[in-house]
Design a protein around this ligand. Structure first.
Ligand code: CA
Length: 386
């Protein structure tokens, strides 16, 4: 079982013979949707015309359901418009409009609180009342395989009071799910949590690369900035929400009950199991089912002030960390702030990433396998500044 059967059908954009094709993956092939539809036209040709998933995302939930039903009826027993996966190169699947990142794992937020504020209550007073988040940098969201250039920046001052400057010495990952918005909303109108599936097209694996030393010095009082904005990697494959129906699970429980606009019908969580792989060693297995806030609640909160959604908006769940040590979704937590380095299979240890390290995020959701996201750390010396 490959995890890419007829029950999955993730969408992407494949480069093939100089053209960008809107495709779904089926087993080890991609299916060129424009070519498939041309056999017996059923849809507006603009839907699959590319150069990315934008027109399909914008078309809305009724069209998404119709396309999926068409594919599940047409593809079995057909080889029309198929291209071996090995003959294409996957591209950025959609133009990211706005990028927002949340902080929805109770275990992650508690761990970070304990590491950075060991003598204080780990959770800040707002955390159980709203999904905390910030607006990130859409233009630096990159597809899997893009090299990650170690960022330079300021770090905490030394004894002379002047900030240190140079390459980050605490380059980290954050294992997350990204939610891709398709259908837009109107400025001034809030999107209800119950309208989640009307607006969100699908899910992708996301690595929110983080420079902890830059972050620690700059983040007060306005939150994450250059310690995050240098790169965010996503899988080139977007798994449609419809493929995740079978793995919906209830949330672990919310206490106190959230305000009315954040109430959500159960099951609102997803049973998606991640793996964090560093240079071939699985260092963690974060369970998405452990997340405190659901993606529908994040969507409702993100728009409750009247902010509108645009096609291509992307929001991240925040680092996914389960309650166990080997379920932590960041190296910050796995190495407990750098004080407990962890071992790789090659006999080396890590607290944070070294140049040349490759990080891969994988995930399964029941019988399906999400597209992986990978990145290798490079130093700026091998990448000209201009
Ligand atoms: Ca994050």
């Amino acid at each position: 079982m490959t995890g890419y059967g007829i029950d999955h059908l993730p969408y992407g954009v494949a480069s093939h013979q100089g053209r960008a094709l809107v495709v779904v993956r089926l087993e080890d092939d991609v299916v060129d949707l424009a070519a498939l539809d041309a056999e017996a036209p059923s849809f507006d040709p603009l839907l699959f015309a590319g150069p990315d998933l934008g027109p399909l995302l914008a078309a809305g939930a009724e069209v998404w359901a119709a396309v999926r039903a068409w594919l599940q009826e047409t593809l079995p027993g057909s080889t029309v418009a198929r291209i071996p996966l090995a003959e294409v190169e996957m591209r950025m699947p959609f133009a990211v409009a706005d990028y927002v990142d949340f902080y929805a794992s109770l275990n992650h937020a508690s761990n970070v609180g304990k590491i950075f504020r060991p003598d204080a209550e780990p959770l800040l007073p707002n955390w159980r009342h709203l999904p905390v988040g910030y607006h990130g940098r859409a233009g630096t969201v990159v597809p899997s395989g893009t090299p990650i250039v170690r960022p330079h920046g300021q770090r905490r001052p030394g004894p002379d009071g002047r900030p240190a400057f140079g390459p980050s010495q605490a380059l980290d990952i954050e294992a997350e799910l990204g939610f891709v918005v398709g259908a837009p909303s109107v400025l001034g109108a809030a999107v209800a949590a119950g309208a989640f599936a009307d607006h969100v097209f699908g899910v992708t694996l996301l690595n929110d690369w983080s420079a902890r030393d830059i972050q620690a010095w700059e983040y007060v009082p306005l939150g994450p900035f250059l310690g995050k904005s240098f790169a965010t990697s996503i899988s080139p494959w977007i798994t449609p929400l419809a493929a995740l129906e079978d793995v919906r699970v209830p949330l672990p429980g919310q206490d106190p009950a959230p305000l009315d606009y954040l109430r959500v019908a159960e099951p609102a969580g997803y049973g998606i199991d991640l793996e964090v792989v560093v240079n071939g060693t699985v260092v963690s297995r974060p369970p998405y089912a452990s997340m405190y806030w659901s993606p529908a609640q994040m969507l409702a909160h993100m728009t409750v002030n009247g902010a509108s959604l645009r096609t291509g908006d992307l929001y991240g769940s925040g680092t996914i960390s389960g309650p166990e040590r080997d379920q932590r979704g960041s190296l910050l937590e796995l190495s407990w702030g750098g004080s407990e380095p962890f071992a790789l299979d090659d006999g080396t240890t890590r607290s944070y990433l070294q140049d040349g390290d490759t990080v891969t995020l994988r995930a399964t959701a029941g019988s399906i396998t999400l597209g992986e996201v990978e990145g290798t750390i490079t130093s700026r010396a091998s990448w000209p500044d201009e």
